[in-house]
Design a protein around this ligand. Structure first.
Ligand code: SF4
Ligand code: SF4
Ligand code: SF4
Ligand code: FES
Length: 958
């Protein structure tokens, strides 16, 4: 895969999917000898030999269907003309793909299709890139004897309801590729072929407009459609792309690979890359369609400064902004000491950018006050997995799920938060794998078309550890453990301690039932299912980590996997589903205040020496401040300057009143971002950021997969983000002189054993690499802990359940838990600036009918939500997705203030906030909360300051 721009061409299509088999079959096609794995179709075997048989209903992302009859071939000794897309190869088979007879039949088939197809090729958006057009050419269609006057579909109405693609039924050839894509690839089952014969047509759900149907706008049908029936609106508007660049999605931790198909510097469409190792040609609505934010009018492209957050902004040159910042930071350090400033790295930026920010803090600021958003999401994963297994990352590749017999999903909602992985997981479940869902909500994995969890452990928020312990209790007390694995792979004494603990009566399902709300028999059934599977895999999310016992729960998960021998091969493992695109990478790159890149503690003199020699500085041996400590220190007056790259702590962190107070206490707050986000409203310096389309670098996804991010357009503000950090380091007096992120990766590889074998050349060659990649694993490591754990022997840890301090009482009788929704991403700064708002324009409060009725609340009512930390107002959605006593909301819209309500309780080991458990009361209200009213006026004031700065610069230009 080359790094450079490629001239546009449609990705090669082999007609039917690749098959894997130990047995090879040799046949002859048009006199050419071809050898392919058993199970391959004749159509694919021919394509692999460079022989293109005409086809319409077949495509290599879908199982063969055999409806169009265009791919017919002659096979020696066979009767009639079999369809090559549904005929598997046989040893010695002799196939002819071109003859007069075949040509006549194919032309006839095409004539029938074309007689019901508008002949408006010249004005059609897919003109020049249309399979139907290509096939008409391939079969030599010259006339249509049936004429165009008979019955046809030319009058059918276009469906323009979806914001991103149109459905024009006049062009449909009813090949079912879209229907099959929705079923086989996406797993949503939103489309059907309605009616029979000539009347048959594609229908979304109950013949509804796409937008109102079950369609989740993944675009798989658009990609599969061989005609212009389903077409991207951006393509209709901009015309065919001219070139493409392969890059990586900047939204979630799945890390889908895309072809950015371009016209000049304009993205025409984002097409999921068939060779992408994480997504295999699939994507979700965000990565495929929601890229418009990158050129949104709200982008700030000029640096701005001000002395106080109560003053208007002033647009300045880069030089002025950087020297203003460096001067302020130096003054603060001179006055309050070296530790009075710090930085927050971004999990949305590249590895190279994140690495540079932590280097800036350690080398130029001279302290370890650096932290990242993982503090508020997966820091317990780092702690828990490092302690038990020896490495702070997931153990498997996503593809491993296709070998799992039992899949347990805990505290994660992949169809919303990791949609492409969810499609793969659901495919495996449709193939017969069993599914256990541990979640207070009935997510789509509990029940949706063709998916039904075998067990749903609808536990009360905050009781993960109790339930996981109870599962382990069943496994050990019923003798279901893998004794051989435990004896060979785990520390004996630690196991014996854990075993004695887990067998205690307090961990039995019966004892846990009352606290967790999960019937003992359900826990027993799930435990037996998990333990008895040949391969059982665990996937978990923030519903595990964002608790006061987040780290304990991660260790309890590792204990479960170790005691059943479910580690160290494909189909098993412990897999944190990481939220942001590069949260794995930001942790790997040394974003935590106690760890240098590669998770090595700053107190280790040998590690420090390595970096000190390379960086030519002395590194502070003391861990620095975590984000919550930075806030506390700011309020206490000892922490005065903060550089935040691509994070929105004033929306994403808990107890926002506390955060706002901390940020307002800073003397120099520097925000580097695309938009004036919530945090930037408290800033004194705004440094414009660059989107993923404007930079080179790498992201690391949830499966440790490092993928290239490639620049497709110039940075709107002139610099890639790493260049801005470099300018700041130089202005602070620490020299940096990288000319390309490639050089930063070379430094990372030089200093980080797990990255030693990573280079841009190798990434270009292999497409992506899963770390560790070094001498021992030059091609990377898809599965970890294969022969031994990274720490040697696996370490069982005793995991006593300690109920959270956040208890319900008569004043706060409900438990609030928070999460995400498919169409929005994290704090929503990007997706709120795209047409994705069509699906989710505000955060709502899900409440069970029983609780709603008690409070006289109906769907659509304004509901006050009050906790010990704060109060906000949201609209209600009455639904049985949540259980009685539990309410749920998302945090994608700043004005809904979900995090005004969440408390500053946090994980005992890592300070990860307890977002998933907040005791609240909900009640009908008529007006916004006090906080929301203050928020509105503060926002208006800050936007006015921005307008004034922009108007000022226009006047100056004028
Ligand atoms: S919409 Fe496209 S993919 Fe679907 S049946 Fe019609 S032509 Fe085939
Ligand atoms: S966009 Fe995706 S979910 Fe919607 S109909 Fe097409 S394949 Fe199905
Ligand atoms: S948001 Fe996630 S699942 Fe969707 S396209 Fe991007 S990486 Fe893939
Ligand atoms: S491509 Fe084989 S029948 Fe359509």
């Amino acid at each position: 895969m080359s790094a450079a721009f490629q001239p546009y061409r449609r990705a090669r299509d082999f007609g039917t999917p690749k098959r894997e088999s130990q047995r090879q079959v040799t046949l002859t096609i048009d006199g050419v000898t071809v050898t392919v794995p058993e199970g391959t179709t004749v159509l694919r075997a021919a394509a692999e030999a460079g022989i293109n048989i005409p086809k319409l209903c077949a495509t290599d992302s879908l199982e063969p269907f055999g409806s169009c009859r265009l791919c017919l071939v002659e096979i020696q000794g066979a009767k009639g003309l079999p369809a090559s897309c549904t005929t598997e190869v046989r040893e010695g088979m002799v196939v002819t793909t071109q003859s007069k007879r075949l040509a006549d039949v194919r032309r006839n088939v095409m004539e029938l299709y074309i007689s019901d197809h508008p002949l408006d090729c010249l004005t059609c958006p897919t003109n020049g890139d249309c399979e139907l057009q290509d096939m008409a050419g391939a079969v030599g269609l010259r006339e249509v004897r049936y004429g165009y006057d008979g019955a046809n579909h030319f009058g059918a109405k276009k469906d323009e309801s979806n914001p991103y693609f149109t459905f024009d039924p006049t062009k449909c050839i009813v090949c079912s590729r879209c229907v099959r894509a929705c079923e086989e690839i996406q797993g949503t089952f939103a489309l059907t072929i309605d009616g029979r014969g000539f009347a048959s047509k594609v229908a979304a759900s109950q013949n509804q407009p796409f937008l109102d149907s079950e369609c989740v706008s993944c675009g798989a049908c658009v990609q599969a459609c061989p005609t212009a029936t389903l077409t991207e609106k951006s393509l209709i508007e901009l015309g065919q792309p001219e070139h493409y660049v392969v890059t990586t999605c900047a939204y979630c931790g799945v890390g889908c690979s895309f072809r950015a198909e371009m016209k000049g510097e304009q993205v025409v469409k984002m097409v999921p890359n068939k060779d992408g190792h994480a997504n295999h040609g699939h994507s979700c609505v965000k990565g495929r369609f929601a890229f418009g934010y990158a050129t949104h009018k709200d982008r700030i492209t000029k640096p701005m400064i001000r002395n106080s957050i109560h003053e208007p902004w002033k647009e300045v040159s880069w030089e002025e902004a950087i020297s203003f910042t460096a001067k302020k930071f130096k003054e603060i350090q001179a006055k309050y000491g070296r530790h009075a400033i710090g930085g927050i790295t971004s999990s949305r930026c590249t590895n190279e950018e994140t690495y540079l920010v932590q280097k800036l803090v350690r080398a130029a600021f001279g302290n370890n006050n650096v932290d990242t958003c993982a503090r508020v999401c997966h820091s317990p994963t780092g702690y828990g997995l490092k302690t038990t297994l020896g490495e702070s990352a997931g153990t498997q590749a996503f593809d491993s799920v296709m070998k799992a017999d039992v899949i347990m999903v805990i505290g994660a909602n992949p169809p919303d938060a990791h949609p492409v992985f969810a499609s793969q997981l659901k495919r495996r479940v449709r193939q017969g794998a069993k599914l256990i869902v541990v979640d207070p909500r009935a997510t789509d994995l509990v029940r949706s078309p063709h998916i039904e969890a075998d067990y749903h452990l609808a536990l009360r928020p905050g009781t993960n550890v109790a339930v996981l312990n109870a599962m382990a209790h069943v496994i050990i007390s019923e003798g279901l453990e893998d004794k051989e694995f435990i004896a060979a792979r785990c520390e004996r004494d630690a196991y014996e301690d854990w075993r004695a603990f887990i067998l205690e009566e307090r961990n039995s399902p019966e004892a846990v039932e009352k606290e967790s709300g999960v019937p003992a028999e359900t826990i027993r059934g799930a435990a037996r299912l998990y333990a008895s599977a040949p391969n059982a895999a665990i996937y978990y999310g923030l519903g595990v980590s964002e608790h006061s016992q987040g780290s304990t729960a991660v260790m309890a998960i590792a204990n479960l996997a170790m005691c059943t021998g479910n580690l160290g091969r494909e189909g098993v493992g412990v897999n944190p589903l990481r939220g942001q695109n590069n949260v794995q990478g930001s942790c790997d790159m040394g974003s935590f205040p106690h760890e240098l890149p590669g998770y090595r503690h700053v107190s280790d003199p040998n590690v420090r020496k390595l970096f000190e020699q390379d960086w030519n500085v002395t590194i502070d041996p003391e861990p620095g401040l975590r984000i919550p400590n930075m806030f506390d220190a700011a309020i206490a007056g000892t922490f005065k300057g903060l550089y935040v790259q691509g994070e929105d702590v004033a929306q994403s962190d808990p107890d926002l009143n506390h955060v706002a107070k901390a940020l307002s206490s800073l003397e120099c707050m520097v925000v580097q971002d695309l938009f004036l986000n919530e945090t930037a409203k408290f800033a004194h310096v705004f440094l414009p950021g660059s989107s993923f389309l404007e930079k080179n670098g790498t992201f690391t996804n949830a499966e440790r997969r490092i993928s290239r991010v490639r620049k497709v357009m110039k940075p709107l503000a002139g610099y890639e983000d790493w260049e801005v950090t470099q300018l700041l380091a130089n202005a602070m007096g620490y020299p940096m002189s990288y000319s390309h992120p490639r050089e930063i990766m070379e430094e990372i590889a030089r200093l980080t054993p797990t990255f030693a074998g990573v280079s841009y050349e190798k990434l270009d060659e292999l497409g992506s690499i899963q770390w560790p990649c070094n001498e021992k694993a030059p091609q990377g490591t898809p599965t970890m802990h294969v022969e031994e754990f990274v720490r040697g022997k696996g370490l069982f840890r005793v995991t006593p359940y300690v109920p959270t301090d956040e208890r319900t009482n008569s004043k706060y009788p409900l438990l609030l838990t928070t999460g995400r929704i498919l169409s929005q991403y994290n704090v929503g700064a990007q997706t709120r600036r795209t047409a994705n708002v069509a699906w989710h324009s505000e955060d709502v409060l899900e409440i069970h009918p029983h609780d709603a009725e008690q409070r006289g609340i109906q769907t659509g009512d304004w509901v006050g939500l009050k906790s010990r930390a704060g109060e906000t107002v949201l609209r209600a959605l009455v639904t049985e997705r949540v259980m009685p006593g539990v309410v749920y909301t998302t945090f994608h819209h700043p004005e809904s203030g979900a995090n005004v309500v969440t408390t500053d309780n946090s994980d005992w080991a890592t300070n990860c906030p307890e977002y998933k458990v907040t005791a609240v009361q909900a009640y009908k209200v008529e007006k916004l909360s006090d906080w929301q009213q203050r928020f509105q006026s503060f926002t208006e004031q800050q936007l006015e300051f921005l307008r004034k700065a922009r108007a000022g610069s226009e006047e100056a230009v004028g």
